[in-house]
Ligand binder design. Sequence first.
Ligand code: THU
Length: 131
Amino acid sequence: MSLKDAATAVRHNAYAPYSNFKVGAALRSKGGAIYTGVNVENVAYPEGTCAEAGAIAAMIADGETEIAEAFVIADSPFPVSPCGGCRQKLAEFSGPEAKVTLATTAGLEQTVTIADLLPGAFTAAYMEPTE
Ligand code: THU
């Protein structure tokens, strides 16, 4: 199955009664498996989680830690843009050149890299002591 088909299919299971904005995400790990996630909202709004976070959690639970490629889709006028927190979460498990395709259910797509989404990412390299 393609990442697009996986993200498109799983999006229908999103739990988004408050925003009515369903998001589907699919990741391919370096090992080749596909992991999917949806946004899961909560009546206590800040407790909701994004689709990307769900897909990452599924990948980590399966023992994989490297994202080769990602796909995110929503019913949006423009290809859906991962939020700031999800950019950081994706960067944790991706190289800067990993491709992320942003998509709409109407068929618009934009493919960017992790470095495009999160220039100047904070990485573990910043935590090297200098003294
Ligand atoms: N949302 C995602 O799942 N991923 C994103 O990258 C952007 C936003 C969700 C969170 C919330 O449930 C809804 O979209 C509206 O913000």
